[in-house]
Each structure stands twice: as C-alpha cells, then as structure tokens.
Design a protein around this ligand. Sequence first.
Ligand code: KG4
Ligand code: ZN
Length: 344
Amino acid sequence: MKILGIESSCDETAASVVQDGRIILSNVVNSQIDIHTLYGGVVPEVAARSHIEVVNPVVNQALSEANLTWDDIDAIAVTYAPGLIGSLLIGTLAARTLAVLKNKPLYPIHHVEAHVYANFLNKNAPEFPMLALIVSGGHSQLVLFKDHGDYELLGQTCDDAVGEAFDKVAKIIGLPYPGGPSIAKAALEGNPLAYKLPKAKMHGAYDFSFSGLKTAVLRAVQREVGVDFTFPSTGLAELLNKQQQYDFAASFQRIAIETLVDKTEQAYRDYNPKSVVIAGGVAANQELRRILSERLPLQIDYAPIGLCTDNAAMVATLGYYQSLKNKPISPFDLEVLPSLSMTR
Ligand code: KG4
Ligand code: ZN
C-alpha cells in the first residue's frame, strides 16, 4: 500500500510517498525558513502564499523521486488540523482536488498525532502501550497511546509550547529564527549553570508551563545588562556579549529540558509503558535525547532528526494506519480545523 502524504500546516510544504507505513519512497520538504527569517517568525499570509506556489511542484517531485505514477498511489493522506488556517487550506484543497481527479481515497490527518508516527518509520516500530512526549512549536503534551488511534492525553502546557519558548528566548538573546536549533548550537559553547532560572510548579502531575521561564530569562537578561523591566526586549540582545548569549542559551535549555524530562519520567513510573517516544520539532534536540536516555531505564529509539520537524512522511505513515481501521473521508466534506487538540 503506497500512500501519498501532504503537509502544509505551518511553514513547510511537504509531500512524501510511504509504503505500508514503513518504507519511505520519497520525502520532499520545501521549507520557508528563509522567507520568514526576515521577520523573525512565521507570517501566516506569507506562508499561505508560498504554499500555493509550491504545493503542486512538491507533490510532483514526491512522485518522481519515488519513481511512481498516479496509478501506483493507493491513497492520499493530508494534514487538516491543527495549524495556520491559510496554510492548512492550501494542502487540503490540493489533496481534495487530487483525490477527486485521480479517484483516490482520502484520509484526514491530525498534525500532532502524525509527529508521533515519525517513530513508526524506525527499524523497530514502538510497542503499545507507548508514552509519547510531543514537543513542537505549537504543542507540549504527554500522551499515552494504548493502540493506534486509541490514546489518552495525560498532560499539556497551560501556556506557551516549549518550541515557542525556544523561539521567544532566542529572540530576546539575539539568536536567529528558528530559535530551537540556534539555542541548541549556542548552548554548546555556554555554561548551563551560569544563570539560575526557575522550574514551573504545576497542579497537574504531567502539565507544563513555559511562559514563566521565558519571562525569567527576560528579567535575568535585563539584570545582567543593568537595565530595568521597562527596557524594550528588542534592544537587549545588542547589550549582551557572546559569552553571556551562550550562557543564557545553555541555562534556558537546561531548565526547559529538565522540565520535559521530569514529567516524562513521572509518567513513565506511573504508567509503565512498553515504549517511550519523543515527537515534534523539539525532539530534534540532542541534549533532550541525551538526558531522557540517561534518566529512563529503557532503550529509546529516536527518529532521525529530519523526521522530527515538519514533513509529510509522518503524515503518510499515520495515513497508512488509519486506512487499516477507518473509512476514507469524502473529498467534498473535508474541512480544516485550525485549533483541534489531540483530545478530540
Ligand atoms: O514540529 P515543528 O517543525 O513545527 C510545529 O509543528 O510547531 O516544530 C518547530 C519547533 C520550533 O519551535 C523550533 O524552534 C523547534 O521546533 N526546534 C527545536 C530544534 N529544532 C527545531 N527546538 C530545540 N532544539 C532543536 N534542535
Ligand atoms: Zn509540527
């Protein structure tokens, strides 16, 4: 079974063909990072416009790289939730149109759930029950999967997502967008104990909060450069020297990661899952992988870095598992749901 996945929920236009939810035949990702770097973050209208320009070429490239024609494709899977509405509309409209024209079954895919399925492309698929730490630019959640499509949300962030915190802190200390990779890189040169930052205490055992940590970095930077809290955050970075910037990156990253690992370890002890996976853009963070593996008593097979950030292979993979259980949706009925959470 060969499934074409299409992804356009944020700032990547991606298409991929995956066979039987296991073998990647092609994986094309057109990133808009260069376009949005100019503005220090994703501009929704600009993102949608870029999706329009590249969605057809990206789909065609996914077919040609896999050496396939439309006759070889058994179904189409497309991200319909959550994400930026203008971005989601482009991918879903392309998929709906292709489903009608090429007469293919269509499966609607939840982007956050799809991130978890990058792990099913590993050599050994994870076993159930599976604990998933989902950490992206829009989500920070701990989810217990009992089976495909059968999951329970254990906890989530009550304010910023952890990726969002990486992006915002990077802006404060003057590192380029996207903040996650640039903080990870700067942190390699910094002292993670240089600045004392707080870990949020939450009511729910598996809930997160990252907005206080971001503000704590802001206040600590203001203190460090000798200005008060009214000083505009956009002017702070130029007052920091390189070593201070590295030390802030390392100190922030340490607390953000410890927060994630503490909660994951707690959920692991309470639910005793057979496997643990991490998913979403922040799962690309090497330090998170290192510390999680150090703290948990089981072997974790991490997905390749390129499958942690947005891609369509994960969408096609989840599409495969859905096709085994669910009926396809009519292309005339598929609507986008920009803020649908994974709890359903
Ligand atoms: O999953 P993703 O590509 O898009 C969303 O669905 O949000 O995640 C993007 C997020 C961004 O916040 C980015 O800064 C973060 O993932 N990220 C990282 C790393 N690579 C990407 N955060 C920490 N360390 C990284 N190496
Ligand atoms: Zn994502």
